[in-house]
Write a protein that binds this ligand. Structure first.
Ligand SMILES: Cc1ncc(COP(=O)(O)O)c(C=O)c1O
Ligand SMILES: N[C@@H](CCCC[NH3+])C(=O)O
Length: 457
């Protein structure tokens, strides 16, 4: 059975219901079609391609700024004491995280690497939440040594491990217990996290006993409860069920005379990749207030995709257009190793031609693919597109979240460059990886001896 996420985002054999170029553009205020083609803010993508090559991630600083602000204003207007802890997993670029830190964001991190990036970006340890179902002892030690403000514990086993580490270090860990509410988030099966069968969190029926156990453990101070039910959630209903349960559990904790200061309500709010109706930040905030406001607790909110997803495009060049026996293939220089979402989740991403003339040309179905040796290396199937010959540029939309962070060097393809745009300015925030950097650290085992000089041609 297909989930609602798949029904809405799957490209299918004939991509008829796809929004047109103009409606995709209209919904993305940081993009514009100018006389010299598609632009991110006031920087033409053709110029980015000439200066920095392709494939390249291009992020709009204004879009990130506006979206962060929209979410924080929506929360503030409800009168809730809520703080955004940006989920670095969505996009851990130093430039992106630093911009958000300067806007006042805290961080949600899931590894020691992400914690270090948050720290480099100027986020104070007290403003960092450390989540994750399998934090290692070394990661927990490093977080405690740094003074991380909240550690979300996901099992009784992890609680015992953390208590032993903290006690040994002579410090106290501030802990939120992550509850698995067993709620169907209505999203893709691979990114739902709040079902009882998923690996995340502890069952709600164990919450009170474990909370009270935590309060008695050395080295642990329980400060609250946490939930995160999944990602790309496009309806408020699953959040409402989960947060209602969270409110009931918080009341139980209070009634038992245990201290509770905060609720971490996770991230997960979806974005309209294909013109779907999604709740606004204000509607989300109003629902949070309705379900949790009466408790008067501090709230931690962990959005990732909502803040940065729409703010980025993957700029790619057409290598060639190939007429197959049954289908037209537009083969790009970007591939599944760059943006894996379509291959992994059948995710639908808008694809816009960069050249203005192509916006007026007749459309016919094309499969947009990369050069990687896998049939799954497909960005779109039967997508209505104009003729796109060698050298044409296209922008793959909404690639700001779970794009560059999920890239690999599969097929020995170096990581793409990343550029940030602000108004008329553009700056490289990650240079294209060189062959040498991609292979750095590769050595032979001693029994193969030294690398021989390459044979004569
Ligand atoms: C614990 C936690 N918080 C926050 C997020 C961010 O999710 P999203 O990007 O959907 O807002 C995730 C990823 O789904 C997560 O696992
Ligand atoms: N990687 C997923 C989101 C996972 C969220 C992680 N908790 C995506 O691209 O949609």
């Amino acid at each position: 059975m297909r989930t609602r996420f798949e029904e809405r985002t799957r490209s299918g054999s004939e991509d008829r219901g796809a929004p047109g170029f103009r409606s995709l553009l209209a919904a993305r205020p940081h993009l514009a079609l100018t006389a010299v083609g598609l632009a991110v803010e006031a920087v033409p993508l053709a110029r980015v391609a000439v200066s920095h090559g392709t494939p390249t991630w291009v992020y709009s600083a204004a879009a990130i700024h506006t979206r962060y602000r929209a979410m924080s204003v929506a929360l503030a207007e409800t009168g809730l004491d809520a703080r955004i802890h940006y989920a670095l997993k969505a996009n851990d670029s130093l430039a992106v995280v630093t911009q958000l830190a300067r806007q006042g964001a805290g961080a949600d991190v899931v590894s020691d690497g992400e914690r270090r990036i948050a720290r480099q970006a100027g986020i104070a340890p007290r403003d960092i939440v450390f989540s994750g179902v399998g934090k290692t002892e070394a990661e927990l030690r490093a977080a405690l040594a740094d003074g991380v403000g909240q550690i979300n514990v996901e099992s009784a086993e992890e609680l015992a491990m953390l208590s032993a580490i903290a006690r040994g270090m002579g410090v106290t860990a501030k802990v939120a217990l992550r509850i698995n509410p067993d709620v169907d988030a209505g999203t893709h099966a691979k990114i739902t996290t709040g079902l009882a069968e998923n690996k995340f969190g502890i069952p709600s029926t164990d919450a009170l006993a474990l909370y009270s156990h935590a309060a008695a453990l050395p080295g642990i101070v329980p400060v609250g409860l946490a939930m995160h039910i999944g990602s790309q959630i496009t309806s408020l209903a699953p959040f409402r069920s989960a947060y209602s349960l969270l409110a009931a559990l918080a009341r139980e904790v209070r009634s038992a005379g245990l201290p509770i200061a905060l609720l971490d309500i996770g991230g997960g709010l979806g974005i309209p990749y294909a013109g779907e109706e999604v709740p606004s930040a204000s509607a989300y905030a109003a629902m949070v207030k309705e379900t949790l406001g009466a408790l008067g607790l501090r709230l931690v909110v962990e959005p990732g995709r909502w803040i940065v997803g729409p703010a980025g495009v993957l700029l790619a060049r057409v290598v060639l257009q190939k007429q197959g026996e049954h289908r037209r293939f537009v083969i790009l220089d970007a591939a599944m190793n760059d943006l894996i979402r379509p291959s992994l989740y059948d995710a639908w991403h808008g694809i816009l031609p960069v050249t203005p003339a192509r916006w007026r040309a007749p459309l016919s179905p094309a499969d947009v693919v990369g050069p990687v040796c896998e049939t799954g290396d497909t960005f779109a199937s039967a997508r209505p597109l104009p003729d796109l010959g060698p050298g044409e540029l296209v922008a793959i939309l909404d690639a700001g979240a779970y794009g560059a962070v999920m890239s690999s060097t599969y097929n020995a393809r170096p990581l793409a460059a990343a550029v940030m745009v602000s108004g008329t300015a553009d700056a490289v925030i990650r240079p294209r990886q060189s062959f040498e950097a991609m292979r750095a650290g590769e050595v032979l085992p001693p029994w193969l001896g030294p690398l021989l000089p390459p044979p004569e041609r």
